[in-house]
Ligand binder design. Sequence first.
Ligand SMILES: NC(=O)c1ccc[n+]([C@@H]2O[C@H](COP(=O)([O-])OP(=O)(O)OC[C@H]3O[C@@H](n4cnc5c(N)ncnc54)[C@H](OP(=O)(O)O)[C@@H]3O)[C@@H](O)[C@H]2O)c1
Length: 344
Amino acid sequence: MSESSVRPRSLLACGLPLPPPPLPAPGALEQARLLVAPSLDAGLVRELERITGRRAEPLTDVPPPSDAPLFCVGDALPDALRTDRLLWFHSVNAGTDPLLAAGPWPASALLTRTVGRMGERIAQYVLGWMLAEAQSVPEFAEQHARAHWERLPSELVAGQTALIYGTGRIGAAVGRLLAACGVRTVGVARTTRYGPEPGTDRTVPPGFDRVIGASEDTEALGEARWVISTLPLTAATEGFFGAARLAAVRGSTFVNVGRGATVDLGALETALREGRVRRAVLDVLPVEPAAPEDPVWRLPRTVITSHSSGITTDEDVLGDFTAAWESVAAGRRPELTVDVVRGY
Ligand SMILES: NC(=O)c1ccc[n+]([C@@H]2O[C@H](COP(=O)([O-])OP(=O)(O)OC[C@H]3O[C@@H](n4cnc5c(N)ncnc54)[C@H](OP(=O)(O)O)[C@@H]3O)[C@@H](O)[C@H]2O)c1
């Protein structure tokens, strides 16, 4: 499915908050059958079997016979399993928008996700592209191809400002790495958090010099040398980087490692052609993979990478599943629980 068409169907049309799904009861989890995506590595499946103490069965379009409750580890949930038999789905991916968009989420099912070391990988990807630009790597490679010797300027990223959309697991890892290089980091989040005492200032998570809300980013967009998005795709973030927001940019390089459909590519093209966006690095696109004839390949001063900045490893899945399993067993909500109403 193309990401441009995804929209979490679980958002209530009337906007009323839903209570979070209850944790799977220990008794029910005890009896539940474990279904795993056929794409999972055999070694990972053996570890999941060891941790959960049961045999794994393939996660397919056909639910296993019997009324036994189910819990799954995978990347997609067939319609036939979107029933109240489902206790828990652990996503092998960090972004759960395709799971939520593919059908109604069963009200009683817990959804958890894998992040693992993706934040570190993505942070290094972002820093790598920033330094490549600051050190004129593409220009030197091009000069080398022509056996041409010429000094080129370089920029120090220390002291420059990066505006980082999303201050969650990925955004915070990006913020911490950039801050360690002396970059000034301004985070953009959905929720404004204040200290515990009444009247206290906004809470600023590690890795950020300050955090602002999405509705107060115009000035920051005009000041940032780097605009980096780690936003999830939700009903609120689809087309988030549109004409109005990009009109405020004054020479930033735009790096998107969140989700492709958060960007209006037509508006980005205009901003690139008008020079307001200096360059773009897009790891994620509204439609992946982009076909050779897709006009996205012809965006000026843009590099597209293949949704590979934050690959998931088996260790990531195992580590986050195990932590979630232990939390559920202890009656605690796992840290990587997805709020299916909010959409991330
Ligand atoms: N390129 C890749 O290979 C790759 C790999 C992994 C993940 N990803 C993408 O990265 C996304 C983020 O992952 P994560 O683990 O960092 O998620 P997360 O921990 O849930 O953090 C999401 C952040 O986005 C903010 N946000 C959500 N909606 C917003 C809005 N409307 N306006 C402003 N801020 C908003 C949240 O604000 P609050 O703090 O206020 O809630 C939060 O800070 C994933 O959903 C996935 O799409 C990409």
